[in-house]
Design a protein around this ligand. Structure first.
Ligand SMILES: *Cc1c(COP(=O)(O)O)cnc(C)c1O
Length: 248
């Protein structure tokens, strides 16, 4: 007897072969996460897994939720994310915006997302706060910091961080949670550690200087999550290791 409910996503039904691959990938990444936390002397569940789902279609995200129990998804492009949110509106998902954010997209982000990791300018933060609908929980915010210097164009410069953090922390409809980084990719593990340690140092400095409530370090991706977790990451953002290489 087939008691599988028909999927709102249409003809793409739960597919057990595809599920097996997805389940293995989630199990593998969760095991890496727990092992890296434990190796660093942290509780195995000290960090959350954010599944980065850019270019991954809604049907696979539904399977990630239903077969793997994944609730938190990270998206880089507002338009792409809105379409998936509409198709998955029946699921209790938590959406994180992690991509570059332009002024003309802040309203959609303020209205539809739970978190934004990529705030790097006061003007964007002010718009997000002004546009966050009354009655929704405050938008959870990380400031993206450029920890690799010249090599990266996005993120606020470390020297500008204290003033930006103080400004964001005062906005009524945002809750500043911490910092995010997207370091220049490198196979050099020592450099991975150095970049992630720099972000942790910046968070520690903010905490010591009037913002003790900050509790989030969003750092580490498929290739460098171990280094990030060793340096204190509380959210790792993982795409490729869960969903495979992205075409495009
Ligand atoms: C794509 C992306 C990730 C995930 O990278 P993977 O190497 O695929 O794990 C994480 N963070 C941001 C900001 C991204 O754009």
């Amino acid at each position: 007897m087939d008691s599988t409910p028909s999927s709102p996503d249409g003809p793409d039904r739960p597919n057990t072969a595809a599920d097996a691959g997805l389940i293995a990938a989630f199990d593998g990444v969760r095991a890496r996460l727990a092992a890296a936390c434990t190796a660093a002397g942290r509780p195995a569940d000290a960090a959350r897994l954010l599944a980065v789902s850019k270019t991954v279609d809604a049907t696979r995200l539904r399977r990630a939720f239903e077969a793997c129990g994944q609730r938190a998804f990270g998206e880089n492009y507002v338009q792409e994310a809105l379409g998936k949110m509409d198709r998955l509106a029946d699921l209790a998902l938590e959406w994180h915006f992690i991509g570059p954010l332009q002024s003309n997209k802040t309203r959609d982000v303020a209205e539809r997302f739970a978190w934004v990791h990529s705030v790097e300018r006061p003007k964007i933060a002010e718009r997000l706060s002004a546009q966050r609908p009354a009655g929704m929980a405050p938008l959870q915010v990380c400031i993206q910091v450029n920890v690799s210097g010249e090599a990266s164009k996005s993120g606020c410069a470390p020297a500008e961080l204290p003033a930006l953090a103080r400004a964001v922390a005062q906005l009524p409809n945002l809750r500043l949670r911490g910092l995010m980084s997207l370091p220049e990719p490198t196979p050099d593990v020592a450099r991975q550690h150095a970049d992630h340690a720099r972000l942790r140092g910046l968070l520690d400095a903010l905490r010591a200087d009037g913002l003790p409530e900050l509790d989030t370090l969003s750092m580490g991706m498929s290739a460098d999550m171990e280094a990030a977790l060793a340096e204190g990451a509380t959210i790792v953002r993982v795409g490729t290791a869960l969903f495979g290489a992205r075409v495009a």
